[in-house]
Design a protein around this ligand. Sequence first.
Ligand code: NAP
Length: 283
Amino acid sequence: MPSFEIPRAQLPDSSKIPALGQGTWNMGEDTHQAATEARVLREGVELGLSLIDTAEMYANGGSERVVGQAIAGQREKVFLVSKVLPQNATAAGIPRRCDASLQRLGTEMIDLYLLHWQGPHPLNETIAAFEALKTAGKIRYWGVSNFDADLMAEVMRYPGGQNCATDQVLYHPSERGVEFDLLPWAQAQKMPVMAYSPLGQGGRLLRSTALRAVARRHDATAAQIALAWCLRDGNTIAIPKAASAAHLRENAAAAQIQLTPADIAEIDTAFPPPRQKQPLAML
Ligand SMILES: NC(=O)c1ccc[n+]([C@@H]2O[C@H](COP(=O)([O-])OP(=O)(O)OC[C@H]3O[C@@H](n4cnc5c(N)ncnc54)[C@H](OP(=O)(O)O)[C@@H]3O)[C@@H](O)[C@H]2O)c1
């Protein structure tokens, strides 16, 4: 299978990671589908989509088990992202939950471990626990998800907070509130942002007239244009979820599409950028 040239995004420590990967939400729900799902993820890795995003929450660990099957024998090819649930994000809970994730994933290290969203526990305690996991060699980087700009500023104030590697947020053409403050802030920090649900979960977004018109000009699909749009600033990592080889191939090929100023303007007309602060959108 030919592999695609996937652009790289730069972490705050200057390491480069794939800017386009694979999501796994809803995988592992049905054990009869697990082998097929793992095979699709492996095909994605072969195509170059070697960043895989999962979470302890997805299918109560089932998604991590599917990812474990997919990366067996090729762990070194994959940049592995998982997430801890906020209620578990304590000094005692984080190492326990991380060990459970590592076991399901069949690996000794998670590349990037995220706090899934802000929870009831003090952030400084969570950060200290993440830092301890790094020291123990169980994770390479840590980050957060669903954090707005004010919370990111708070993270930066705690000891070790400057080591936060990313913020994973909802981002696609019809959910672009983060462009007002969070994305410029992250760019200034040299911290990449991860765009989740970059295809708008495959719903109405992909039927947009503007995306389809731009797609026609590039001999592409609306999904590919949505992904190329997410990647356009070089500081965003997109993690579309796909369940078929055809979707995977389309998504991997999207990284080659260069949108023109006219394309961007047409998308701006259909989905205007934010002119003022908006509450952080999340699923
Ligand atoms: N941090 C968070 O709170 C959070 C929240 C939500 C999601 N996430 C992560 O982000 C990932 C992606 O988000 P998502 O799964 O919500 O939605 P998404 O990636 O925006 O959309 C997935 C949907 O798009 C379809 N699709 C994929 N490629 C396509 C293509 N080329 N053409 C047409 N349709 C296509 C998929 O269909 P098929 O499955 O049939 O291919 C699926 O129905 C998740 O899987 C998860 O890993 C994180």
